[in-house]
Write a protein of this length. Structure first.
Length: 95
């Protein structure tokens, strides 16, 4: 029984797509770098995290504008994955 649940979980992860996982991880890295860059300004951890999420959101939206201009395609699933990554980053950074 447990093996079947595990296999089902793995299938859902794979179906989510490598590209979406890359979006989640890379947007978290971008937000972390932004947070580190805000360190010298003396902001609290929560304020730095909020600013980092805003920077990450700008990167995500900017990338979709770039995709629209170069390929003509905007993928909402990419933006959703970026949003998931930013929420995860925020939760990890403030806890």
């Amino acid at each position: 029984m447990k093996r079947e649940k595990w296999d089902e979980f793995v299938e859902k992860l794979v179906a989510f797509g490598v590209d979406r996982w890359m979006h989640i991880v890379l947007i978290m890295v971008i937000a972390w770098v932004a947070s580190v860059l805000f360190l010298p300004f003396g902001f609290s951890r929560v304020v730095r995290s909020i600013l980092a999420v805003l920077v990450g959101a700008l990167f995500a939206i900017g990338k979709e504008f770039y995709d629209k201009k170069t390929t003509g395609v905007v993928e909402r699933k990419d933006l959703i994955a970026d949003g998931i990554g930013l929420v995860l980053y925020f939760l990890i950074s403030v806890l």
